[in-house]
Design a protein around this ligand. Structure first.
Ligand code: NAP
Length: 341
């Protein structure tokens, strides 16, 4: 039987309606059976949880399940398509066949990441799209709403180790295995791609490295056990040919040093993972998705030649779904050709 008990007061959570910077006190409830913690803040949310707790504690397992199911539906009504409690899978309408392939895409609220979610769902994957501000990830939430339980939204700012770890634990509690982990989240300089190396500030470089390298490293570290328990076992780093040393050997000036450094480091990180003795069952692929019409791709007044739809379609067909263990550690262009490091 499921029981909830109130934990220590005074945790902090982001509010749903105000800016992501606003923090409000909350009560933490601890699910005793599975040891997982969730945070609630609103009065209606607390009331619903109290009802669930009351029924679960005193009125037998059937009433407890009914009350908890009602709470989950209430939560889904408020913020649709969030999988919140570890039992959400069993009480929601999600059906997972043993051969359902699951993909997790980071930075999925817009651009290339959103397109990966759309196309992977179309290919039959169950998709978990993560966003650094999931509540306000409007397009991703709409996609999830229309997807008939093929796409789910989860909170994950990859500069926050605890968010990454919590998500990995929550996925494990629901028996999710990750057939495909798409490491898409990324940032570039504020004046990308025109930033000369002389203008590179230490602070901005640190921020780029924090998201693109440290964040990616943490996501791989915490999600890898779930990948290793899946059928397909693939990790795809959406890096960039701007991170290629060899591509930067011509005689023209090369700008965006910070972004280039971070993408070169991301390439090396995944190359090292591909040779790690503990991960020899996993395929690590490094992908340049093409120069795409996204906020990043068209930053600085550029016009990108490829739509996200086309770049992602080709990337999936010619790299992600085609390549296997023998290609692990290699760096590919979206059209399937190999790129130099
Ligand atoms: N577009 C291109 O031409 C191109 C070419 C080569 C490689 N790439 C790579 O492709 C990937 C996607 O790029 P894009 O063009 O789609 O860029 P984009 O439109 O700028 O999207 C970047 C995504 O990363 C997310 N993100 C940023 N910081 C994050 C953090 N701390 N935690 C979690 N997510 C975070 C953003 O979330 P918010 O919306 O919350 O900021 C957004 O979803 C990037 O890794 C990029 O380097 C793009």
């Amino acid at each position: 039987m499921v029981r909830w008990r109130a934990g220590p007061r005074g945790g902090k959570v982001k509010t749903a309606k105000t800016s992501t910077k606003t923090l409000q006190p909350c009560v933490k409830y601890v699910r005793e059976e599975e040891g997982a913690e969730v945070s609630r803040r609103s009065a209606p949310g607390l009331a619903a949880r109290a009802v669930a707790c009351f029924f679960a504690a005193g009125w037998g397992p059937d009433w407890g399940a009914v009350a908890e199911g009602a709470f989950i539906r209430f939560k889904a009504f408020r913020t649709p398509h969030f999988l919140e409690t570890p039992s959400a899978m069993s009480t929601s309408t999600v059906t997972m066949q043993p051969d359902t392939r699951i993909a997790l895409v980071t930075g999925a609220d817009r651009g290339c990441g959103l397109e990966f979610c759309k196309q992977l769902a179309g290919l039959g994957f169950l998709v978990v799209g993560t966003a650094k501000d999931a509540v306000n990830a409007q397009e991703l939430n709409e996609l999830a709403k229309e997807s008939q339980n093929k796409v789910f939204v989860q909170q994950m700012d990859q500069t926050k180790e605890d968010e990454i770890k919590n998500l990995a634990e929550a996925l494990r509690a629901r028996n999710y295995r990750l057939d495909l982990l798409i490491l898409n989240a990324g940032v570039a300089e504020h004046d990308h791609p025109h930033a000369p190396p002389s203008k590179l500030e230490r602070r901005e470089l640190a921020e780029l490295l924090d998201v693109n390298v440290c964040g990616t490293a943490s996501v791989v570290k915490h999600m890898l056990p779930l990948v290793q328990e899946s059928q397909e076992k693939k990790v795809v780093g959406v890096t960039s040919k701007m991170g290629s040393m060899e591509e930067a050997m011509g005689d023209k000036p090369y700008l965006s040093a910070g972004y280039r450094v971070s993408k070169a480091a991301e390439n090396m990180l995944l190359r090292v993972w591909a040779r790690d003795p503990t991960a020899q069952d996993v395929t690590f692929l490094l992908l340049h998705p093409g120069h795409l019409k996204t906020a990043m791709g068209e930053a600085g007044g550029r016009e990108a030649p490829l739509t996200c739809e086309e770049g992602v379609k080709q990337s999936l067909e010619k790299v992600v779904l085609r390549c296997g263990r023998q290609e692990s550690g290699q760096f590919f262009n979206y059209d399937g050709s190999e790129l130099p490091f």
